[in-house]
Design a binder for this molecule. Structure first.
Ligand SMILES: *Cc1c(COP(=O)(O)O)cnc(C)c1O
Length: 474
C-alpha cells in the first residue's frame, strides 16, 4: 500500500506514512551510524553526537560487550523477579550502591526509565503507607521536565508530550509544578546566583504550603534537565535546599538521573558534582537508565537509600509491583559489564575532561554566531539555545521550528544531534494547536569520545548555526 507515493511502515511509530531512514549498522570506532533509505537503498554515514536519546555510554557494537553478550545469552535464565531474582541483579545493585558511597542500599531493575519513575511514584506512596501516613498523595515536580511516557510519569512531567492526554492523567491538583533552574532566562539582571537560588527555594516552600504539606508524598526532579529545555544545570545550593524543604515537611526527595546520570555529566552520579551537586549524602531515591545498558539492552533502575529501605525492611518487608521483566538476568549481566568497563577504562573522567574541552570549543566557535544564545550543560551533556536576538534573548517564531532546522543542518553535515523546539514553553492554543516556544540542540556522545570528535562536533554545530544565518540573511 502506498500513501503519497510512500509505502506505509509496519512499525507503528512516529511517522507511519514513511519508513524514514533505517539504521543498518555502525562504522569505524562505533561512533558512526550507517543509515539507509529503504526506497533507494542509498546510505549515509553519520557521526553519532547524541547517541539516540543520550543512551550510549560505550560505542555502538563495542566488541568486548558483544562478545560477553554471546556468553551471557548461553548462561542466563529468565525467572519472574517476584519469585526468584538472580545474581546479576544482585551484583549490579551492589556495584552501583558501592559506587554511591553508601547513598543507596538497594535497587529495582526495570526495562525503561518510564517504568523506573512510575515504580518510584508507587514506592514513595507505599513508603508513606508503611509509616501509616496515608494522606500523602501529591508529587511536586518542575515545569519543563520529562520523566517518561507512562500516564503517571506524564502527569509529573511537562512540555509538549502530555497535552493530548491531559484528561486521563493524575489531576493537576495532585501534581503541582515549580519553576526549573534556568538562569539564562530567569535569573534577573543584578540578581546574584544565591538570590536566584533563594527565589526558587522560596517558590518551592510556598508550593508545599499552598498544597497542604501533610499531603505531599515527594518531589521528583531531574538533576540536570534533559531533552525538554536543554541541560540547564542547578545553581549552587539548589539541590541541598530542595532536599531540606522536602524533609522539613516529611516528603521524600527523588532525583531522576535517567538521562543525565551515571557518568554523563562527568561524575558517577550527577548529584555528586562538586560544582552544583548535593554538598553531602544523596537523594532518597534516584532513577537511572539510558547509559546503564548503553543501548545493548533495555535496562533502567531505581536506587533506594538506606533510610527508605529501612522503613520497608522494618515494616511489611515487601514491595508491591512486580513486572514481568524486573531484574532481568541477561539485561542485568550486560548492564554490569557495561558499568565495569566504564570504570576500568576511566571513561567518566574522559567525559569530564573532554566534555570541558568540548564546551569551551562550542563557546569559542559560536562566539560570533548571530543566533547562538547560550551554551550550557555538564560533562558531555551539552546544549546550545538558539535565539533570534542575542541581546534581548527573544526566541524565534515557533512556526519556524528552528530547533528542528538546526538538527537537519547537522544531519546534512554528517552528524546526529537532538534538535528541539519548546525550550521555553509548550502550550495548547484553542485546545488544538500546540505552540512550542524556544529552540535548542543537545548532544551526548558515547563516553569514549576523543578531542578530535569534540572538534568535529563543535565545527558541525557552528556550521549549522552559520547555515541558519544564511537562511535568515535579510
Ligand atoms: C528518557 C527519560 C525518561 C524515560 O525513560 P524511557 O526509557 O524512555 O522510558 C525518564 N526521565 C528522563 C529524565 C529521561 O530523559
Amino acid at each position: 500500500m502506498t500513501v503519497d507515493n510512500k509505502e506505509t511502515s509496519y512499525v507503528f511509530q512516529k511517522q507511519i506514512n514513511d519508513k524514514g531512514l533505517l539504521c543498518v549498522g555502525a562504522k569505524g570506532d562505533g561512533m558512526y551510524l550507517v543509515l539507509e533509505n529503504p526506497h533507494t537503498k542509498e546510505q549515509k554515514v553519520l557521526f553519532d553526537a547524541i547517541s539516540g536519546a543520550a543512551v550510549n555510554s560505550l560505542p555502538h557494537q563495542d566488541p568486548e560487550i558483544t562478545e560477553a553478550m554471546g556468553q551471557f545469552a548461553k548462561e542466563s535464565v529468565y525467572t519472574f523477579g517476584a519469585y526468584y531474582a538472580n545474581y546479576a541483579a544482585e551484583d549490579l545493585g551492589k556495584f552501583l550502591c558501592d559506587k554511591s558511597g553508601g547513598d543507596f542500599a538497594s535497587a529495582l531493575w526495570t526495562s525503561s526509565g518510564s517504568e523506573a519513575n512510575e515504580n518510584a511514584m508507587k514506592i514513595i506512596k507505599q513508603y508513606h503507607n508503611e509509616l501509616k501516613d496515608y494522606k500523602r498523595c501529591k508529587f511536586i515536580s518542575r515545569k519543563q521536565s520529562y520523566h517518561g511516557f507512562t500516564t503517571g510519569t506524564l502527569a509529573i512531567g511537562d512540555g509538549s508530550r502530555k497535552y493530548q492526554f491531559a484528561d486521563i492523567l493524575i489531576d493537576e491538583s495532585k501534581t503541582p509544578k515549580v519553576s526549573p533552574v534556568y538562569p539564562y532566562r530567569n535569573q534577573k539582571p543584578g540578581q546574584t546566583e544565591e538570590e536566584y537560588t533563594k527565589e526558587l527555594l522560596d517558590e518551592l516552600e510556598q508550593t508545599f504550603i499552598d498544597n497542604d504539606p501533610s499531603t505531599i508524598a515527594g518531589m521528583i526532579i531531574e538533576t540536570v534537565g534533559g531533552s525538554t529545555f536543554g541541560t540547564s544545570v542547578p545553581t549552587k545550593g539548589y539541590l541541598d535546599g530542595c532536599r531540606e524543604i522536602c524533609h522539613k515537611y516529611g516528603a521524600l526527595f527523588m532525583l531522576d538521573e535517567v538521562m543525565c546520570g551515571l557518568g554523563r555529566c562527568g561524575y558517577p552520579f550527577t548529584y555528586k558534582s562538586p560544582e552544583f551537586g548535593l554538598s553531602s549524602g544523596g537523594p532518597d531515591l534516584c532513577s537511572v537508565g539510558k547509559t546503564i545498558g548503553s543501548g545493548f539492552v533495555t535496562l533502567a533502575g531505581l536506587l533506594i537509600s538506606p533510610g527508605v529501605k529501612k522503613v520497608f525492611a522494618e515494616g511489611s518487608g515487601s514491595i508491591l509491583g512486580a513486572q514481568t521483566y524486573h531484574s532481568h538476568d541477561f539485561n542485568c549481566r550486560v548492564g554490569l559489564a557495561v558499568q565495569k568497563k566504564i570504570y576500568r577504562d576511566n571513561l567518566i573522567e574522559n567525559v569530564r575532561v573532554n566534555g570541558a574541552y568540548l564546551k569551551e570549543q562550542l563557546k569559542l566557535k559560536l562566539k560570533d554566531a548571530k543566533y547562538a544564545g547560550d551554551v550550557r550543560g555538564a560533562g558531555n551533556f551539552l546544549s546550545v539555545e538558539a535565539v533570534k536576538d542575542k541581546a534581548t534573548k527573544e526566541p524565534f517564531d515557533p512556526k519556524e521550528k528552528v530547533g528542528t532546522q538546526l538538527g537537519n543542518f547537522c544531519f546534512e553535515r554528517g552528524m546526529t544531534i537532538m534538535g528541539v523546539t519548546g525550550t521555553i514553553e509548550s502550550k495548547l492554543v484553542n485546545n488544538s494547536e500546540l505552540v512550542c516556544v524556544g529552540d535548542h540542540v543537545t548532544i551526548a556522545p558515547a563516553f569514549t569520545f576523543t578531542k578530535e570528535h569534540c572538534d568535529f562536533i563543535a565545527n558541525t554545530i557552528a556550521g549549522a548555526f552559520a547555515d541558519l544565518e544564511k537562511k535568515y540573511a535579510a
